[in-house]
Every structure is written in structure tokens, then in C-alpha cells.
Design a protein around this ligand. Structure first.
Ligand code: 28G
Length: 640
């Protein structure tokens, strides 16, 4: 069949562009670890999503193949394959071989601004062993192929008849020379696509994993969008009232919000987005949202005479709130604060969202009086709790002394009063607790052993949790309050380190503790103060010499270091290590490995709870294997 012209001098220039990407990949995709690897996928998916957003095609399908490649398919118009007039090469070739192709050639107003940098399909090509594109368009099937970091090996060619079908299929295999791991993570990909599906209602996302038997298969399609997102986030909670949603369009900015209140939740759970990218650190739109909601509730409550003078604070109104705020801002207006795209800076967003929420919520409260009165009573309860806590604290300060807390006799405290430097080890089992006590750094490390499994705090009230001895001890030990009264500045420890066996029971205990911290001391997590200690799996030794291995990869290295005639012991639990081994391998800041607990993905936290609390141990193991990535060096850096 007909080949579509060969390429001229421009092509060489183009290849030099991709060389730059291969030389400094992190500049384009943030890193060359798992996060960077998945970035390659988001770049391609985002193009398909853009096409769907423009109204062409309503399905995006992602498949993980056995050979380590991944394919993404859409049913849009198909990437244009004609010769581009300026560069005299097919448009499709420009898209896959020039940087910034997306911005330069497109005239679209809103863009699904992709991952961290939104750099386009050429970056994916540059960092792939090979990349194939098949396009159905104008009744034809076109194909083009690149190898070894974006070198054109099969020029654009018509390979068949498409009939009336249209769409684009991109399949690529990431280059193992670039990435520390080329193992795509099912969990990472499904969570990302599910998040996209919530934000882009009515677009169907299909994901398939052919690497495992039987194949894994998931479809995400949400006709109600953000409402369903809120509903998924609140699955394990006790909702008060319905999920409410508003949308509006003003000054070229599209604003959407969905929210719901829950009982027994002392946190505010606000997740904001700009052009379908999570704005982790909020920004002008989130500020506007908070202002609007505070104003609407206070004005309404005042008008109905429900407040007796004292106004509600924003925090009183946001306690127990789950909200998704999503803005579509035209490219010309979008601004971010700081280096990353995690904080929206667009100034006009504050007033726009403030007025949007104020107007819609005021109307809603007036139309739903019973809901409104309930909500305001809940806010007043939060307000009373806050005032009482503040008063107690002021009194304690007035006495000019830190309240001497009677510490549990289970705790072995640290000697130092330098709270920021102190570390609290919460240890699985009395016997490991004993070794930890003997082996620790007395100055800065405190040990709190746990007996058995902690209570699951996911679906119980705070009152019940407080009656639990184990948690009462933890709260008392940390000394910074609990729930809405928790104040991270009062924490007696700079690091809270969970130390369990490296098995499923250990993972379960970790989750139960993390669930507790997530619900009742969330600032500890958002401030990066909660860690999981990773004990080694193996000891490789020969008379006088020993090496530890934390993962299977390390084992080979350890064997090599010890040399011939080594012996290996496998640690099944912390209890098998004596005090000095435990210190050396797991507690000593010089050698230990810690995983800092982050909550990047709200849904992941909620589903993790569901998966890990469930009865299915294999699901649990799979989750731990996928999400606690022992190959991710960045999990461990600066975490000594
Ligand atoms: C399957 C995985 C990834 C895509 C399209 C469709 C068009 C397109 C893509 O245009 C820029 C804009 C117009 C020349 C646009 C088709 C207009 C008309 C498109 C994808 C330059 C590129 N017909 N579908 N790009 N054009 N899907 N999926 O990448 O002026 S990328």
C-alpha cells in the first residue's frame, strides 16, 4: 500500500529535540521512577481525553500487555495524517516527534492539562523502546512506528480500510534504560482513570491487565460525575443529608462543586481541581469556596436567628465536609503559584467561586429549611467543642506550665524534651517492644508496644474509640489532643513510626493505625510525620561479616559483598531480632529504612480502608505489594 512521502531536513532537528528528553528525562516527566513511568501513560491518555472533551468519542481504553507495553485507544476523529503545510511532514509525525506539539499546533481553549508538565506525546515517544500509532480516519487505517527513543522506523503508511470507524490507538513500551522500574502498576493506573472518570462525567474509561491470568478488567463511567465522586469518598461514613451539587459558568470559567456532610468525621475533606488536575495545595478557587460557604451559612443562620450573636468560624462549618471543587479555566487565564501545578494562582477565581457558592448555597438553604437547620446545629456543636477546647488550653497556658500528663506505664519515654527530634515507635507485640526498648536511642526514641490488633476506627464513633485503652494511650502519649481539638504543634514527637512484622498481619496493623491517624490526627499525616519502619527480610552472614537485605534485589548485592560460603537467614518477624540487630537494621537513623505515609489520592485512602479491612487476605497482600514499593528509593530519601 501507498507510503506517505519521506521526510526532509526538519526531521533531524526534530530528533535532536527528543535527544534532549533522553538526556534529562526528569526535566520533562519529574522523575525516572514509577511516578515518571506512569507519566508516559498520562501524556497519551490526556490526548485521548482532550478528544473526548471536545465531543469526539466517549471511550478511552487502556490495556496493559504481557510484553510490558501499554496501549491507549480512543474513538475520536483520529490524529490528522495529512502533510502539515509548514513543516511538510505528516501532522501525526510532528505530534510524536516535536516537543510542545500540543500547545503549538492546537487552538483548543480548555485543555485537560495533563500531568505535571503537560509536555505531550513526543516525550512518551522519546522515552520508549518502541511506539506504534494506528489511526482510523477518512476510511483508512494509517500506521507509523518509532524505535529506540523516537527514531522513525516505519514511516506513515496506509495499512487497510477503516470503513466508517475513526479513532487513535497508541501502543508503547517504556525504555528500561531510562526508568528504574518499567512495571506499570494496576492500582496507580486504575486510580488515575477512575479519578478522570469522576471529573469527566459520561466518558467511559476501560482498563485491562493482560499480564495476569485471569485478566483484570475495570470500567469507569459516571453519568453524575462529581456527585458520584463524593459518594465514593463517603462510602464508609455516616452521611448527614444528601449530596448537593452546583455548577455555573462565568467569565469564561466553568465551576462545579459537589459536597456532603458526614457525622463522626472531624476533618475537612476538600479536594480541588483545575482543568482536571488536582490542586493539592488549593489556591484561589479553594479560598473562594471557603469564603463563600462561610458567608452563606452565617448569613442564613443570622437571618433565621439561630446563632445568638456569635458567628461561626470557617472551620466550624467545614468539619465533616467532603467536597470536590472542579474548575475549567481557559489557558489564557490559568496561573499557578510556585514550581508545581499544585496551587491555583488565577486571581479572578477567588471572587468568582466565592459568589458562585454564596448564591447557590443561599438559595439551596432557603429551599431546604430542614436540612439547613440541621446543618447549622451541627456547626454550632463544632463551634462549642472548639470554644471549650480553646478555653481549656488557655487555662493550662495561664498556669504557666505544660499540663503534666500521667503517661501510661506501657510507654518507655524518650529523655529529651526536644519534641521535634523525638520519635515514637509504636511496636507490634510485647517481645519486639522489649527488644526495641533495649536497643533504642534513649535520648530521642520512645517505645510504645501494642498488644494484639488495634480497633478498627473506620466506622465507629469517637466516643467508642476513646473507650479503647490502646488508642487512649496513644492519644495521651502524643499529647496533642484528638479529632477537631488535635493541634499538631503540641505533638511530643516529630516522627511517629509504626514498626510491625513484614507480613500481612503487620500490614493490617499498619492500616488500622493509619486509619486512626487519618481520622483523628490527620495533620500528623499531612505534615509528613507518620512513617512505617521497614525491617530487613534477610541476613547474609559468614564468620565476622554480615549484611542485611531489605528486598529481593538487595539480596544479590548482600551475597556478593559477603562472598562465597555465606549463610542466609530470613527474618519472619521483628521478634527474631535481638535488641542490637533491631537497632542496627530498623531503628538506627544511619541505616534504617522508613516509608513516609502520604495521602495523595483521596480515593486510594478510602478504598484502601475497604480493601485492607476486608476478609480477603490475598487482596490485602496484593495491595501492600503494589503500594508499598520497596524499589522506590525516593520513599526512603531524607527519611533517616
Ligand atoms: C489513543 C491515545 C491517544 C488524538 C486527535 C484528534 C485530532 C488531533 C489528536 O489534532 C492537532 C489540530 C487541528 C492540526 C483534530 C483530528 C482536529 C481534527 C484532530 C490521541 C493539528 C491534533 N481532527 N486525537 N489530535 N491538530 N487522540 N489519543 O492522541 O489542526 S490526538
Amino acid at each position: 500500500m501507498a507510503s506517505v512521502k519521506s521526510y526532509g531536513a526538519d526531521d533531524i532537528e526534530v530528533l535532536e529535540g527528543l535527544e534532549a528528553v533522553r538526556k534529562r528525562p526528569a526535566m520533562y516527566i519529574g522523575s525516572t521512577n514509577l511516578s515518571g513511568l506512569h507519566h508516559l501513560v498520562w501524556e497519551i491518555v490526556d490526548n485521548g481525553v482532550d478528544e473526548a472533551l471536545n465531543g469526539y468519542g466517549d471511550t478511552i481504553a487502556v490495556t496493559l500487555h504481557k510484553d510490558g507495553s501499554i496501549s491507549v485507544e480512543d474513538r475520536g476523529r483520529g490524529i490528522p495524517c495529512g502533510i502539515q503545510s509548514k513543516y511538510k511532514v505528516p501532522a501525526i509525525h510532528l505530534i510524536f516527534s516535536t516537543l510542545h506539539a500540543g500547545g503549538k499546533f492546537s487552538s483548543k481553549v480548555y485543555s485537560n492539562a495533563g500531568g505535571l508538565h503537560g509536555v505531550g506525546a513526543a516525550v512518551t515517544n522519546a522515552l520508549s523502546e518502541w511506539l506504534d500509532v494506528t489511526v482510523m480516519r477518512d476510511g483508512k487505517i494509517y500506521h507509523i512506528r518509532y524505535e529506540k527513543g523516537g527514531k522513525l522506523t516505519e514511516p506513515l503508511k496506509v495499512i487497510g480500510d477503516a470503513g466508517r470507524k475513526t479513532g487513535t490507538l497508541v501502543r508503547f513500551k517504556p525504555d528500561p534504560k531510562i526508568f528504574s522500574s518499567v512495571d506499570f502498576k494496576w492500582e496507580t493506573i486504575t486510580r488515575h482513570l477512575q479519578e478522570s472518570a469522576f471529573l469527566l462525567k459520561k466518558v467511559r474509561f476501560i482498563v485491562k491487565d493482560e499480564r495476569v491470568t485471569p485478566y483484570l478488567n475495570e470500567t469507569y463511567l459516571y453519568n453524575e460525575g462529581l456527585k458520584e465522586y463524593v459518594s465514593a469518598l463517603n462510602v464508609n461514613k455516616t452521611p448527614i443529608g444528601p449530596i448537593v451539587s452546583f455548577e455555573d459558568f462565568s467569565n469564561d470559567i466553568k465551576m462545579e462543586v459537589a459536597f456532603q456532610y458526614c457525622a463522626n468525621d472531624y476533618n475537612e475533606n476538600i479536594y480541588s481541581y483545575a482543568n482536571n488536575v488536582r490542586t493539592h495545595d488549593g489556591g484561589t478557587h479553594e479560598t473562594g469556596f471557603k469564603l463563600g460557604i462561610t458567608r452563606a451559612v452565617n448569613d442564613f443562620a443570622e437571618e433565621k436567628d439561630l446563632l445568638r450573636g456569635k458567628k461561626l468560624e470557617g472551620g466550624d462549618i467545614r468539619e465533616g465536609l467532603t467536597a470536590i471543587l472542579s474548575l475549567k479555566v481557559p489557558e489564557s487565564l490559568i496561573q499557578y503559584e510556585g514550581q508545581t501545578k499544585s496551587k491555583l494562582g488565577t486571581p479572578e477565581a477567588t471572587a468568582l467561586v466565592n459568589n458562585f457558592i454564596y448564591t447557590k448555597l443561599t438559595y439551596f438553604l432557603n429551599e431546604n429549611n430542614e436540612y439547613a437547620v440541621n446543618l447549622i446545629n451541627k456547626c454550632i456543636e463544632s463551634q462549642n467543642a472548639r470554644i471549650a477546647a480553646r478555653k481549656a488550653k488557655d487555662e493550662a497556658r495561664g498556669k504557666k506550665q505544660r499540663k503534666e500528663i500521667i503517661l501510661s506505664d506501657k510507654l518507655t519515654p524518650a529523655q529529651s524534651k526536644d519534641y521535634k527530634k523525638n520519635e515514637l515507635f509504636i511496636v507490634e507485640g510485647e517481645s519486639a517492644g522489649g527488644s526495641a526498648r533495649k536497643g533504642r536511642d534513649r535520648l530521642h526514641q520512645a517505645i510504645l508496644p501494642l498488644r494484639g490488633k488495634p480497633l478498627n476506627t473506620d466506622s465507629i464513633t469517637m466516643d467508642r474509640m476513646l473507650k479503647n485503652e490502646e488508642f487512649a494511650t496513644i492519644i495521651n502519649t502524643i499529647g496533642a489532643g484528638v479529632g477537631s481539638e488535635f493541634d499538631v504543634n503540641d505533638s511530643r514527637y516529630g516522627k511517629i513510626i509504626i514498626m510491625t512484622d513484614a507480613d500481612t498481619d503487620g500490614a493490617h496493623i499498619q492500616t488500622l493505625l493509619l486509619t486512626f491517624f487519618y481520622h483523628y490526627m490527620r495533620p500528623l499525616i499531612t505534615n509528613g510525620m507518620v512513617y512505617v519502619a521497614v525491617p530487613p527480610l534477610y541476613r547474609v552472614f559468614k564468620e565476622g561479616k554480615e549484611q542485611y537485605a531489605w528486598r529481593d534485589n538487595d539480596l544479590e548485592e548482600a551475597k556478593a559483598k559477603i562472598g562465597r560460603g555465606y549463610e542466609i537467614s530470613r527474618f519472619k518477624g521483628l521478634g527474631e531480632m535481638d535488641a542490637s540487630q533491631l537497632w542496627e537494621t530498623t531503628m538506627n537513623p544511619e541505616h534504617r529504612m522508613l516509608v513516609r505515609i502520604r495521602i495523595d489520592d483521596p480515593l486510594l485512602v478510602e478504598t484502601r480502608v475497604a480493601v485492607l479491612m476486608g476478609k480477603d487476605a490475598s487482596l490485602r497482600r496484593k495491595w501492600v505489594e503494589e503500594n508499598v514499593d520497596f524499589n522506590e528509593k525516593d520513599n526512603f530519601e531524607e527519611l533517616k
